[in-house]
Design a protein around this ligand. Structure first.
Ligand code: AMP
Ligand code: MG
Length: 350
């Protein structure tokens, strides 16, 4: 059952006593604690098994609350907040001196956003102060997109869960660094670099993925720690396959193996393999992805095969194109964010 005002009151009490509250957002569920309480934040790291080198996003109700945790608030932040908040855009800015350094993994910057779920906005309003809110899952695993997913990760009662129904967005927020020139998208999400650039009339570039993993913490905070090799991963071995390769990939499995297949064409998958039907639309795919990966895991498959969902159009090469031009167009917009998560979900594949 979805939570109501009395649950918000209980959540406020729990948070003010240093406890943890999972809250719904339009992206995924967050694991909340008071951002200004270093002990409560430490409890978030402990509960998730999150490396201390991976900073947390601070959730706020509006830009006034955001300015409480930032040392600077440039005009570009005002513009982006006006255009996209509440919504799935996280801004990276210099941190306020009194924000506990555990939040930012000892780094000089803080990531901040206003989520758009009404329950969570009501919670932040009632609290009157910001919350850290990493995804409410064990570190490195698939993010939760409904309250039941959160309970699977935190089965005991120490985490109070506000149930706001399934998340409509389904993948984590876009993270844009406002402390560099040109501005840089560190993690792709539902809001694209092109949309950000259009809103502010400035160039915005996309950051390079990092190659380090959660198991090898570095001393410096990662530029964009969401960009780590293995992340968002199902428990089972997962592999991304071209649609044209799917039948062959299934045939190469041995007799005692069975695959769970995320595909837009469920009819192609015959027993003992099992299909999990995926939407063809990018936003619908993103909203469904993490629940589908969990369903795949629940089938206890030998392997999860994920049919590459974004269009693979061979660009028509202009006559002057060099012979080394890439054969396929890279995914753009929401498909770029989906591609990022799928690449990470399958990164454990040898
Ligand atoms: P999540 O674990 O899904 O809540 O995502 C948190 C992510 O936000 C991190 O893994 C980073 O990618 C990003 N992030 C948080 N704080 C910072 C920061 N100060 N600088 C750059 N990226 C950050
Ligand atoms: Mg996460």
């Amino acid at each position: 059952m979805q939570s109501g005002p009395e649950d918000i009151a209980a959540a406020v009490t729990q948070l003010r006593s240093g406890g943890l509250v999972a809250f719904p957002t339009e992206t995924v569920y967050g694991l909340g604690a008071l951002a200004l309480d270093a002990h409560a934040v430490a409890e978030v790291f402990r509960a998730k098994g999150r490396p201390a080198t991976n900073p947390l996003i601070v959730h706020v109700v509006d830009d006034a609350m955001a300015q409480r945790v930032c040392a600077e608030w440039p005009g570009v932040a005002t513009k982006l907040a006006a255009e996209f908040w509440p919504g799935p855009l996280t801004l990276v800015l210099p941190k306020a001196a009194d924000l506990p350094s555990i939040v930012t993994a000892n780094g000089p910057t803080v990531a901040v956003r206003a989520p758009s779920h009404p329950l969570t906005l009501a919670l932040l309003e009632a609290l009157g102060e910001p919350l850290v809110g990493p995804s409410a899952n064990r570190s490195g695993r698939v993010s939760p997109t409904c309250a039941a997913h959160v309970r699977e990760s935190f089965p005991d009662d120490t985490v109070l869960i506000l149930d706001g129904g399934p998340c409509v967005g389904g993948i984590e927020s876009t993270v844009v660094d406002l402390t560099c020139e040109p501005l840089c998208v560190l993690r792709p999400g539902l809001i694209s670099a092109a949309q950000i650039a259009a809103a502010i009339g400035r160039d915005v570039v996309s950051g390079e993925p990092r190659s380090d993993t959660t198991d090898t913490p570095t001393r410096a905070p990662a530029r964009s720690p969401g960009h780590i090799g293995t992340h968002y991963a199902p428990v089972a071995l997962a592999r991304l396959v071209d649609s044209a390769e799917l039948d062959r990939a299934l045939r190469t499995l041995s007799k005692d193996e069975h695959a769970a297949v995320l595909t837009a064409q469920a009819a192609r998958v015959q027993p003992p393999h099992r299909a999990i039907e995926m939407p063809r639309d990018a936003r619908a795919y993103a909203a469904r992805l993490y629940a589908a990966l969990r369903e795949a895991d629940a089938l206890d498959p030998s392997i999860v095969l994920i049919e590459r969902p974004w269009p693979n159009e061979t660009p028509t090469a202009p006559p002057t194109a060099p012979p080394t031009a890439p054969p396929t167009a890279p995914p753009t917009g929401v498909w770029a964010a989906v591609a990022d998560r799928l690449t990470r979900a399958t990164a454990q594949t040898p």
